[in-house]
Ligand binder design. Structure first.
Ligand SMILES: Cc1ncc(COP(=O)(O)O)c(C=O)c1O
Length: 384
């Protein structure tokens, strides 16, 4: 593969302002760089955003989910229902706590877990539901919680991608059971690496703090107790300062993402997306945060593989990504007994989904350039 051209358009890029960069320098100069006052301030700002619910910051959106599963009492002998179309962290954390993922196929339109199929997957071992809002498009929270209530199940929302998404007008995270977010650099706001967990009450938040850092509870000047096996999931103050600089821009970032997404629909349709059978995302401008703009290639109508399409786009300076291959087909999961054909919609989508560049600093002309290049490649590769 040759080096990308100078006008390379990446799949995504964070927007960090000068005040944030200066703020990080101040933290670095302050003498306190790991978890401290910046983390506390970030948690307070997040809590305010989530309608006053308790929030704890973590060093990843994977650690948040592992701790959430422990808080929900999930462990060996238990099953957790989740989607096969997600970042593999979603189901790896289920294995990490000693439980088994129970996958349910996706809805081909939303690309999220098909809520109508969940009931059939519930067994006496089921303890929790772990849905994902792929690309920030929220799973129907009303239907989800009605289901959880009917079967007395905990819910861990993998809202890694849903910062700023809404349900019934309220931010995701301000409602529901345990809600987990990621602040990885490709997310709508970032702490470089990091995440946060929205909790139900202070007792749960206190326990989350223990699971976050070696189970330690301190008291007085020298008191220390340990009652649970905790991990090492604390966020640094440097990272929290990045988050504090990002959060005030969330609404503006997401508004720009929404404009760019609207433009993608217009530009792709104008160039014959429907005629070639290109799968577009649901046109949801009320709930989703447009974390990603993902198309599904019509494999049966193309003479090129997805990798070849990606290579041709890379050759004209356009980065694309795959989010995600179906989890149950990874070797680790096949060894657990999952096999091709188990979840055909997730498998088809996982083989053909393609993420196009989308980030707030993109120009309108960048969208046109991507749409033009993609449709040119696909049209040339169309089977007669
Ligand atoms: C759907 C989903 N779940 C979980 C994660 C894990 O988050 P992190 O990378 O912060 O551990 C991510 C982010 O990469 C994600 O996109």
């Amino acid at each position: 593969m040759s080096a990308p051209p100078a006008d390379f358009l990446p799949l995504t890029r964070p927007t960090l302002d000068a005040a944030t960069i200066e703020g990080v320098a101040e933290v670095l100069r302050s003498g306190w760089i790991t978890s401290g006052p910046q983390v506390k301030a970030f948690e307070a700002a997040l809590s305010e955003y989530f309608g006053g619910r308790p929030v704890r910051a973590f060093n990843s959106g994977t650690g948040t989910m592992e701790v959430a599963l422990r808080l929900a009492g999930v462990g060996p002998g238990h099953e957790v229902i989740t989607t096969p179309l997600s970042w593999v962290a979603t189901s790896n954390v289920i294995l990490s706590v000693g439980a088994m993922p129970r996958f349910v196929d996706i809805d081909p339109l939303t690309r999220n877990i098909d809520l109508k199929r969940i009931e059939a997957a519930i067994t006496p071992a089921t303890r929790a539901l772990l849905p994902v809002d792929l690309a920030g498009l929220p799973v129907d929270r009303d239907a989800l919680y009605a289901l959880a209530q009917r079967h007395t199940l905990r819910v861990i929302e993998d809202a890694a991608q849903s910062m700023g998404s809404r349900w019934q007008g309220k931010p995701i995270g301000s409602l529901g059971d345990l809600v987990s977010f990621s602040f990885h650099p490709n997310k709508n706001i970032t702490t470089i690496e990091g995440g946060c967990l929205v909790l139900n009450d202070e007792r749960e938040a206190h326990l989350a703090e223990q699971y976050r850092l070696q189970g330690v509870v301190r008291s007085g000047f020298d008191g220390m107790e340990v009652e649970v096996v905790g991990g090492k999931f604390n966020l640094t103050d440097v990272a929290a300062r990045v988050g504090l600089g990002q959060l005030p821009h969330l609404a503006q970032f997401n508004a720009r993402r929404q404009q760019l997404a609207r433009l993608y629909f217009t530009e792709l349709r104008a160039r014959g997306a429907a005629g070639i059978g290109l799968g577009l995302p649901p046109e949801d401008f009320a709930n989703g945060n447009w974390h990603m703009f993902q198309v599904v290639l019509p494999e049966e109508r193309l003479t090129l593989s997805r990798a070849q399409v990606m290579e041709r786009l890379m050759a004209v300076g356009i980065g694309t990504g795959v989010h995600y291959p179906a989890i149950h087909l990874f070797a680790l999961y096949r060894r657990l007994g999952f096999k091709p054909g188990d979840f055909p919609i997730a498998e088809y989508t996982g083989r053909n989904i393609l993420t196009l560049p989308l980030f707030p600093a993109m120009q309108d002309g960048d969208v046109t350039r991507v749409a033009e290049a993609l449709m040119r490649v696909l049209t040339a590769a169309a089977r007669n």
